[in-house]
Design a binder for this molecule. Sequence first.
Ligand SMILES: Cc1ncc(COP(=O)(O)O)c(C=O)c1O
Length: 387
Amino acid sequence: MSGPFKLSERAQSLKPSATVAVTSRALELQRQGLDVISMSVGEPDFDTPPHVKAAAIQAIEQGKTKYTAVSGIPELREAISEKFRRENGLHHAPDSVTVTSGGKQALFNAFFALLDAGDEVLIPAPYWVSYPEMVALTGAVPVSVPTSPDTGFMLDIDLLASKITPRTRMIVLNSPSNPTGAVFPPDTLRAVAELAQQHNLVIVTDEIYEHLVYDAEQVSIGTYAPEHTLTINGASKAYAMTGWRIGYAGGPKHVIAAMNALQSQSTSNASSISQYAALAALVQHEETTKFIEMAKAAYRERRGVMVQGLNALGLPTPTPHGAFYVMANTDRIHENELEAARIILDEARVAVVPGTDFAAPHQVRLSYATSMENIQEVLRRLGQLVK
Ligand SMILES: Cc1ncc(COP(=O)(O)O)c(C=O)c1O
């Protein structure tokens, strides 16, 4: 487009999302008063726990409403450092920890602090769409490492190793995974850690779904290769705090310092009020653990109903071991997943996310972070559709 507002090449390089079309259509149908059930959201349906809300209210009343240090209030960095030690066996002093506006900003800062144009970044696929988009924004090159529903989306280490070139700089891991729900076992993580050590690579591990693991062992890869790992996490998924926008990272001090420098010139600190809320979630961890156990039990039950129901309808769906998503094969509805998602929306009034954007052909993602009533009704509607 000509005129003064020609968009930057960087802005133009952002890939248009195939998902947006389906999401806009779902909103349009809802506006028309039609009863659309959304299975596309990526956030817990539970309310933020009361002790977390109370801490935020207290912060407001006590006037803790001003700028904080860019890297976050010292008490929160201390609590995150302690959390890393207690829950993950990781050792990051408070000055090796930074607080961000959501896990998303931690990832963004990390990629911009570490990547140069032409660097290659290995990303297991299906992946969360933001990884390749953010990596590409830095000028680096995202390289997919495919995984298959036939193996429950497990990472093939030989395949991963075969993608390493002299330009490879980083491996991005997300276990438990959005969208597949796969949880990489300790042996796999150990093998990835060894590859990183052999080839001098950085591992960026996004552990935001770490607490939502059902029948698998969750291990932080940073315990195997501490010198190579930057660990990203956040309050959104575990503590039902998506709207509060608190994420964090722990890693080598100079990397954290570079991330802080980037953040100081963009958004400064994460919301002070949200930081006090996250502090309560971490410090009052017994109450928080009760909340997580409650949510996890509900997700586990819903997962069982979803996986069983979808497979019974002829929509093959592997059992995910973590997070709150399932990936269903929709060939029975349409061989193109984007078309399948459209049909599911138009005819069954169920909003799902086509796998197109996250390199998952023939599949759609359904979130089970919704009520059992909704899940039952979705299965009923899909049942009518496939009949
Ligand atoms: C895999 C993954 N990482 C990170 C995030 C970012 O979450 P937030 O920015 O809310 O912390 C999400 C949210 O959907 C996610 O699915």
